[in-house]
Design a protein around this ligand. Structure first.
Ligand code: CLF
Ligand code: SF4
Length: 297
């Protein structure tokens, strides 16, 4: 349980609402949507909406510059004292937009040094950025890992864009899984806490996620968060259009139970938007649009 964690780890998680089940009742997080581009294609993604790395597809976030984002963080922090964590989670892949992502972190670290920094990525470019994440004192990194077998991956990812070249099918999925696992090992070596998000896709990777769980556990991942596919035709995802369904609540719980014991499982995720503000499950983003933040000055 959480109370058995070593002190140095407890210090990092005790007021992070995603990394500690207990903390999510008391502490809030916010996201800023500074990262529009993405370097891979997931069949459950609709680029018009927020990245499903972390978020619930279906609502378009207001895109911010790093300067606007930093202002918003200061405005929220002065309004919601329990706001402890700033996460960057989209609407595309934060590490496919490294200038915007790291500029935002730099500004927040300067003007609000008490706020913890958190990032969520598909992992493709993670090995290139671990050094910088470590330098910026980013203690929490989420990688979305849906497979460790490229044959499975080919059914989830039609392509990846890597080293200025587009790869397809099994070849693309092999590059992605190698980069994700390498990035995870590099985080573990540096003592950066990692959370693995997996999207459960019935008939595609549901049984395989037990193997993913073992692969990430053996590489030092701190937490595994298995989330249900949200697939609806009105969102226009490839899976939505092909009629691919999401799991039932019972199927999701059975898989989480199967993985429990291997490592800590997150069960309180609320699949947030890329511009979510507040306690998990609460959305106060409408109070902090750019117009309103400007008025607060
Ligand atoms: Fe945001 Fe993600 Fe950091 Fe949390 S959300 S970047 S780890 S601060 Fe949390 Fe939201 Fe679930 Fe993500 S409830 S979708 S796990
Ligand atoms: Fe969409 Fe996110 Fe996948 Fe990129 S990583 S394709 S933004 S779901």
């Amino acid at each position: 349980g959480e109370n058995d964690l070593p002190t140095e780890i407890w210090e990092k998680v005790k007021n992070h609402p995603c990394y500690s089940e207990e903390a999510h009742h008391h502490y809030a997080r916010m996201h800023v949507a500074v990262a529009p581009a993405c370097n891979i294609q997931c069949n459950y993604c609709n680029r018009k909406y927020d990245c499903a790395n972390e978020s619930r597809p279906g609502v378009v976030s207001e895109k911010l510059t790093p300067e606007q984002a930093a202002k918003k963080v200061l405005a929220v922090a002065s309004t919601i004292p329990q706001m402890t964590v700033l996460g960057i989670a989209g609407p595309g892949d934060p590490l496919a937009n490294p200038e915007k992502t790291f500029k935002t972190f730099e500004l927040v670290a300067k003007y609000a040094p008490d706020i913890k920094l958190c990032v969520s990525t598909n992992g493709l470019t993670l090995p290139d950025h671990v050094e910088r994440l470590s330098k910026y004192n980013i203690d929490h990194v989420t990688i979305t890992i849906n497979m460790v077998d490229p044959e499975v991956g080919a059914k989830i990812y039609p392509w990846v864009y890597y080293n200025k070249k587009r790869y397809h099918g099994v070849e693309a999925a092999k590059i992605l899984t190698d980069r994700q696992l390498q990035g995870l090992e590099m985080l573990t070596e540096r003592g950066i806490l990692s959370k693995i998000n997996s999207v459960m896709i019935p008939g595609i990777n549901d049984e395989h996620l037990v193997e993913v769980n073992k692969a990430v556990k053996s590489r030092g991942a701190f937490l595994h968060n298995i989330m249900p596919l949200i697939s609806a035709p009105e969102h226009g995802t490839v899976f939505g259009l092909t009629g691919q369904r999401g799991p039932t609540a019972q199927e999701l719980k059975a898989l989480q139970d199967n993985c429990e014991g291997e490592m800590n499982m997150m069960r309180h995720c609320r699949q947030c938007r890329a511009d979510a503000v507040g306690l998990l499950g609460e959305d106060r983003s409408a109070e902090f649009t750019t117009d309103k933040v400007m008025e607060m000055e």
